[in-house]
Design a protein around this ligand. Structure first.
Ligand SMILES: Cc1cc2nc3c(=O)[nH]c(=O)nc-3n(C[C@H](O)[C@H](O)[C@H](O)COP(=O)(O)OP(=O)(O)OC[C@H]3O[C@@H](n4cnc5c(N)ncnc54)[C@H](O)[C@@H]3O)c2cc1C
Length: 296
């Protein structure tokens, strides 16, 4: 007989730990399983989370862990979940280290896996000078020389947004342009240069870029680059057959419940509105909803 938990939370970062706190305070018997790879782990300073502006992500997660694990009904294990099976009355969770546990409900707080561009320097600069979100990191690079990686309609919207922080921006389509003639005109009128040559390399010192090199040999002395990259979901999403939307996010209702009634999801795996505050808020909602559904 495997150990039975009321809730197993897969992913112990912002969304997962927030749910664990709500459930621990509700005296629920919870196991958090986490493999220690939150998406923001490389960023030196986390911003735009009230009362914690500018701290390191590792400080945030250390405080979260200390506070959540103070609730005696919450347990934590460092491991990777490789399979979840929905049986008649409960779910079975298997990890790569051979742990098998049962749960009445599961919360997926697995985040997403960013598919970084395979050019030298891109991964090393991710979160330091290659940035995904201006609300998190735009203020720190205000008025600097910024590249924007994007193409077509998305690039127009992204360029307009980033110009809020700097008038010195340069659009990089990273290959043949998908911009319309009127979009080219709009960018010209706004004094936004466009390069269509693919990105070749980023030259940097400990993640802080000083030059971006294009395949045609152009060297651009950017201070930072904003890029929206594709992402992958945890394989558990497909394995459980959870419904996802057109953009690839897990479909949840207002209580963070997925298309499988005993499986809930919170945080980056459910929304493009990527921020710590959003993940924490969704985790709190999932915790309260899980408690309510367990009562039923
Ligand atoms: C580079 C970067 C910088 C950012 N900077 C900011 C910022 O300054 N301010 C801000 O508000 N937001 C920032 N964000 C966004 C913010 O980090 C995310 O929105 C937030 O971390 C989402 O929390 P989450 O719990 O959903 O996912 P994550 O924080 O990504 O955590 C997911 C967790 O699940 C675990 N996991 C995944 N699969 C498994 C599995 N099968 N088994 C066990 N564990 C698993 C992972 O190891 C990880 O610990 C940044 C994002 C990035 C990418």
């Amino acid at each position: 007989m495997h150990q039975m938990y009321e809730v197993v939370i897969i992913g112990g970062s912002n969304a997962g730990m927030s749910a664990a706190m709500t459930l621990g305070r509700s005296l629920r018997n919870v196991l958090v399983i986490d493999n220690g790879r939150p998406c923001n782990r490389q960023t030196p300073h986390s911003h735009n989370f009230l009362t914690r502006d500018g701290v390191t992500p590792s400080f945030l997660s250390a405080v979260a862990k200390e506070q959540v694990l103070a609730y005696p009904s919450v347990q934590w294990v460092e491991d990777t979940v490789q399979r979840v099976e929905q049986l008649a009355d409960y779910l079975l969770i298997y990890t790569i280290n051979g742990v098998q546990v049962q749960a009445k409900k599961v919360l997926l707080a697995t985040g997403v896996l960013d598919d970084l561009l395979p050019i030298p320097g891109f991964a090393e600069c991710w979160g330091i000078s290659v940035l995904h979100c201006p609300y998190c990191h735009g203020y720190e690079v205000r008025n600097q020389y910024l590249g924007i990686v994007g193409n077509g309609d998305m690039a127009m919207e992204f360029a307009q947004l980033i110009r809020q922080w700097s008038g010195k921006v340069h659009l990089l389509t990273n290959g043949p342009s998908a911009l319309t003639a009127s979009q080219w005109k709009e960018l010209e009128a706004a004094a936004v240069p466009v390069s269509t040559s693919p990105l070749f390399a980023i030259r940097h010192k400990e993640g802080k870029m000083y030059q971006l090199v294009l395949k045609d040999g152009t060297i651009l002395p950017f201070d930072a680059v904003f890029a929206r990259v594709p992402f992958k979901q945890s394989p558990l999403v497909q394995q459980l057959g959870l419904a996802t939307n057109e953009q690839g996010y897990i479909v949840v209702n207002a209580f963070q419940q997925t298309s499988l009634p005993n499986v809930f999801a919170a945080g980056d795996c459910t929304t493009p509105m990527r921020s710590i505050s959003t993940a924490v808020a969704q985790g709190t909602m999932a915790g309260a909803a899980l408690n309510k559904y367990l009562l039923a």
